[in-house]
Design a binder for this molecule. Structure first.
Ligand code: MN
Length: 488
């Protein structure tokens, strides 16, 4: 993730004369340097733009520089916006309009017309805002003093969403086998996702994976098992199952890396030549930032990888999740999420245990090893990307994860328990109304605002279920969205 940078482009014009422009440039460079120390990605001051050509040139450069994950613009002085049209109309990178001001206070004694000429972001940013609105350009608008900590956090949060865009545009998904037979919500238009989101989604035969597995050496397995035992408690005598999972992980990682894939999917219905569905293997790959989706769900797999990349240090606490069952006792309404094996240990409250258990679903000849743990407490979101036919819809729901209220000693998988907004049953009604899948990405460190930013930048529909959502309001919103997206 360290390769990404953001560019600071400051708007002005020649009217002010060279002295003012020099001060603007010096201040912009100072701000970029100071902000880079607190933001998750460097902010590079590029230009104080005064002409159509300067703006068009910097946009062209941004479009073709892979390390530039987005531009942040600001108008210290007034910058007539017709000179921005050609550049902004061609901008292919995420854009944040930062409506800020170099000075925090209006200086009572010092303020005169010279001060007013130099410090006029209040009207400069309005002219700049108009052209963004007029061009219908997707942009993030953040207003506030640049040295304010909350403002800096918001810029950092947007930067991570913009990095999610860069990751999305380079996303390659390796599908081992097809989707689970007859399932609707895991289907989708791969041409549409490549056009809109940049994803390259392709299939590889399970038999090819088995061939690579057969070439894995005992030494390679020893080394990975040592990593497992260093990170997790071994709560099984079945070392053979753990070694088999290591062999699966090594082979999958070799294939993923050879193709540059950051996400993969498989299905228990297609294990031909494999003794166990990858459990621990998939979980440990997720811990390293790879996306995963069960039952061939390549959409949730790619979203997992993208949201991991948007999280802390480029590999945050985000995971493939599935809604399983509810606790419907009055006053104790919770969802229980898990999967048959593959929950990412980035969600774990404590040290995960490696266990082996029989898995009845699928053609497992042997008991698969898997990590078992409880998810941690905290505010989180669940996110589902669905294909509505002709467009993609991203659904996001606010949730609050709790320590599971039951020990569930016979449940042989990792589990997370949460309260959904606005409450369990209304939340379920809203989720079902929107068409959200049973598979989601659950994230503790990516926020709904970041997912909204990401959806805006990717130009897809965004639906947010919050504490204020009602089924009536949501139904109306979805109806209007449907009309709008048909016209778009
Ligand atoms: Mn599933």
């Amino acid at each position: 993730m360290n390769q990404y940078k953001f560019w600071f482009v400051v708007g002005s014009q020649f009217l002010y004369g060279p002295e003012v422009l020099e001060i603007v440039a010096a201040r912009a460079a100072e701000m970029a340097e100071k902000l880079s120390k607190v933001l998750p990605y460097p902010l590079v001051y590029k230009v104080t733009a005064k002409t159509n050509k300067e703006i068009t040139d910097v946009v062209k450069e941004a479009n073709y520089d892979d390390s530039c994950a987005g531009i942040i613009t600001w108008c210290h002085t007034f910058s007539p916006s017709k000179m921005w049209i050609n550049g902004l109309a061609n901008l292919q990178k995420p854009w944040c309009h930062f409506a800020t001001q170099y000075n925090k206070e209006i200086p009572n004694e010092e303020i005169d017309m010279d001060f007013m000429n130099l410090n006029q972001a209040a009207h400069g940013d309005r002219e700049h805002g108009f052209i963004g609105a007029r061009l219908r350009a997707p942009r993030k608008i953040i207003a506030g003093y640049w040295e304010n900590e909350d403002v800096q956090k918001r810029i950092g949060s947007w930067m991570k969403a913009a990095v999610g865009v860069a990751v999305s545009k380079n996303m390659k998904v390796m599908r081992f086998g097809d989707n689970m037979r007859e399932v609707a919500v895991t289907e989708g238009d791969k041409v549409e996702v490549q056009t809109k989101l940049g994803w390259q989604v392709n299939t590889w035969a399970v038999g090819d994976l088995v061939k690579v597995m057969n070439e894995v050496t005992e030494e390679e397995i020893d080394a990975l098992v040592a990593v497992y035992t260093a990170n997790y408690d071994v709560a099984t005598d079945n070392m053979e199952a753990i070694r088999y999972q290591a062999k699966e992980e090594i082979a999958m990682k070799k294939m993923l890396d050879a193709e540059g894939c950051k996400a993969f999917s498989n299905t228990f219905q297609d294990l031909y030549g494999m003794e166990q569905l990858p459990g621990l293997a998939s979980q440990h790959l997720m811990a390293q930032g790879y996306g995963y989706g069960g039952e061939g769900d390549w959409k949730v797999s790619a979203m997992t990888a993208i949201m991991k990349a948007m999280g802390e240090n480029g590999n945050g606490a985000s995971a493939f999740m599935e809604d399983y069952t509810y606790h419907l006792v009055e006053g104790q309404e919770y969802s229980l999420g898990a999967h048959m094996l593959e929950v990412c240990p980035s969600l774990a409250a404590g040290k995960p245990r490696i266990e082996t258990h029989h898995l009845g679903i699928g053609m497992n000849e042997k008991d698969p090893a898997r990590l078992v743990f409880e998810g941690k407490e905290g505010d989180a979101i669940v996110v589902s990307l669905i294909d509505m036919g002709g467009r993609l819809r991203l659904i996001c729901q606010d949730i609050h994860c709790v320590k599971p209220i039951l020990p569930m000693p016979n449940l042989p998988v990792a589990r997370v328990m949460w309260q959904a907004e606005p409450n369990l049953t209304t939340g379920v009604e809203c989720w079902i109304t929107a068409g959200g899948a049973h598979h989601t990405v659950l994230s503790y460190d990516v926020t709904a605002e970041q997912m909204h930013d990401w959806a805006r930048m990717m130009d897809i529909e965004f639906v947010h279920i919050t504490k204020d959502t009602t089924p009536e309001k949501l139904e109306q919103e979805l109806f209007l969205n449907d009309l709008a997206w048909k016209l778009k």
